[in-house]
Design a protein around this ligand. Structure first.
Ligand code: ZN
Ligand code: ZN
Ligand code: ZN
Length: 147
């Protein structure tokens, strides 16, 4: 997703384009890793309060634009949806989330294969959370430079 495609996202998902929604989405696209609400509060402290930011994340999630990830510390983070089938409250983001233990980034590994889980009778699956932990590509590059 490129920044100039953001307007299109708003249009196809039927979401009103407000300045703060656009800014949050723009930031998310540029960052290429998942964001947390505290991070947004810091970044947009002069533009929006925490309730506004909470609502922005909430509506983006509801509209199938971002999906929620629980990181290893149990903090909620949000990343762009890659599936075009994500809709109001129904996400298809079953992929592994890579947690870098050096820079703390959380990245969607969208081409990862997730296991099909065979559940016992009368169990109903709502979603699968898969976390991978290691060192991300950016940190690997930094490692090489300093070595
Ligand atoms: Zn989604
Ligand atoms: Zn890293
Ligand atoms: Zn993801």
């Amino acid at each position: 997703v490129k920044t100039n495609e953001l307007a299109f996202i708003f249009e196809t998902k039927g979401l009103k384009k407000t300045a703060i929604r656009l800014k949050v989405l723009e930031y998310l696209v540029k960052k290429q890793s998942a964001i947390s609400q505290p991070e947004l509060e810091k970044k947009f402290k002069n533009e929006a309060d925490r309730v506004t930011l909470y609502r922005v994340l909430n509506v983006l999630q509801k509209k199938g634009i971002v999906h929620k990830i629980i990181d290893l510390e149990g903090t909620s983070r949000y990343a762009l949806c890659f599936s075009k089938d994500c809709t109001d409250d129904h996400h298809h983001d079953e992929h592994i989330h890579f947690n870098c233990n050096k820079c703390d980034r959380v990245v969607c590994i969208t081409d990862s294969i997730t296991p099909k889980i065979k559940l016992p009778r009368n169990f109903r699956l709502s979603h699968i959370t898969l976390n991978a932990v290691g060192i991300c590509d950016k940190c690997m590059l930094l490692n090489k430079k300093t070595a």
